[in-house]
Design a protein around this ligand. Structure first.
Ligand SMILES: C[S@@+](CC[C@H](N)C(=O)[O-])C[C@H]1O[C@@H](n2cnc3c(N)ncnc32)[C@H](O)[C@@H]1O
Length: 252
């Protein structure tokens, strides 16, 4: 682990990530984020330097070994795009029997999460500053995730930007490959049009089974803490949709 990578803008994200032999063209085209550095507090900057060695995992090309990362064997929960990480810190602290891995590209948010992780003395949380598409393609072993959570992925509301939405059939195929049999995919969004698109993509994915009655949306599950982005939507009067699917058993 290298604290220098993460403490500097835009590094620690792309390290070793440009080998065209490793990334398949199908998912490489999804560019679901714009790299905005935003304002970083002194405390967040300090956290990126001082706490990275404790909680951080450098992105690269080597396959991840969750048992080595966490120093134990336990169910693995992946949160993609955790923002400021408040929800992730809450989930990890209230579910100590599971291992939590967070992926995010926004460094101030990562710094915020590292501070929370330190304050809560979390031992079951690891963080990567990296594009989830690249980590899943290059480093995540198949058949290893018990849960994937994607709360309020960037909605990209304009039609010409829909190609930037993270939840597309090629990305879902990648997630399916990484989920264990019975593993769950939980997505929440307050963009109605995106919610319907996600629901129809997942309902059309034969390896996934909708856990909601009538193949629709799920009532808000108790284990999902409110997120910062969600609370902004509440103030604007947006309705939230939860979507929960499980990976069907693999046929040997
Ligand atoms: C709309 S915000 C929601 C953040 C948080 N989940 C919340 O609800 O407050 C979406 C987040 O996903 C992150 N993100 C988008 N695409 C990503 C990707 N490919 N890999 C990792 N993070 C990504 C963005 O940086 C951003 O912080």
């Amino acid at each position: 682990m290298n604290p220098v990578n993460i403490a500097q803008p835009a590094s620690g994200i792309r390290s070793g990530l440009n080998d065209p032999d490793v990334v398949s063209p199908s998912t490489r085209r999804i560019r679901s984020f714009v790299r905005r550095e935003g304002r970083m507090t002194r405390a967040q900057q300090r956290a990126l330097t001082a706490l990275w060695q404790r909680f951080g995992v450098d992105a690269g090309v080597a396959p991840l070994d969750p048992t080595v990362l966490f120093g134990r064997h336990a169910p693995l929960v992946l949160e993609i795009g955790f923002g400021d990480g408040e929800a992730l810190a809450t989930m990890a602290s209230t579910d100590p029997m599971a291992n939590y891995l967070g992926l995010e590209v926004h460094r101030p948010g990562i710094g915020h999460l590292l501070l929370r992780a330190e304050a809560l003395a979390l031992t079951n949380l690891r963080v990567m500053c990296a594009d989830a598409v690249e980590v899943l393609e290059r480093q995540m072993p198949d058949d290893c995730l018990d849960q994937v959570r994607i709360f309020f992925p960037d909605p990209w509301p304009k039609a010409r930007h829909h190609k930037r939405r993270l939840i597309q059939p090629s990305f879902v195929a990648l997630l399916v490959q990484k989920l264990k049999s019975g593993g769950q995919l939980h997505i929440a969004t307050d963009c109605e049009d995106y919610a319907r698109s996600i629901l129809s993509i997942l309902n059309a994915t034969s390896e996934l089974n909708n856990r909601a009655p009538g193949h629709g949306f799920m009532p808000h599950p108790m284990h999902r803490p409110p997120t910062k982005f969600e609370q902004r939507g509440w103030r604007l009067g947006y309705a939230v949709r939860d979507i929960l699917f499980a990976r069907r058993d693999r046929i040997e």
